[in-house]
Design a protein around this ligand. Structure first.
Ligand code: SF4
Ligand code: SF4
Length: 100
């Protein structure tokens, strides 16, 4: 298998325990995708009773479509790291900050 090695902001924690990628409040996907044009939701979330067996790897933010966030540059996240959890009843990137 050919592999790519890229730098990504880390998902430093995630409170969404019902997600299949969540183990011990951390995300163990290889990478997640955040949002649409306006909303910073976690697109990678899926509810599953089984959880990832990979519990060492920490996910990165592979792509983010929320161009309204001040950390977003060219549809990529430039934050040091991001947190994911509930806000406004939705599963969102909690590091989102609106551009002024
Ligand atoms: S960051 Fe998204 S994909 Fe990862 S565990 Fe949380 S809700 Fe699931
Ligand atoms: S901090 Fe902003 S740019 Fe980074 S993933 Fe969250 S919403 Fe996207």
């Amino acid at each position: 298998m050919e592999k790519v090695i890229i730098e990504m902001p880390m998902v430093t924690n995630c409170d969404i325990k019902k997600c299949g990628y969540n183990v011990n409040n951390n995300c163990h996907a290889k990478a997640i995708t955040i949002g649409d044009e306006m909303n910073p939701g976690c697109d990678t979330f899926f509810e599953h009773k089984s959880h990832s067996r990979e519990a060492k790897r920490i996910a990165g933010v592979g792509a983010c479509k929320v161009s309204s966030c001040r950390h977003n540059n060219d549809f990529e996240c430039t934050a040091e790291g991001v947190s994911v959890g509930f806000s406004d009843g939705k599963i969102n990137c909690l590091t989102y900050e609106a551009k002024v």
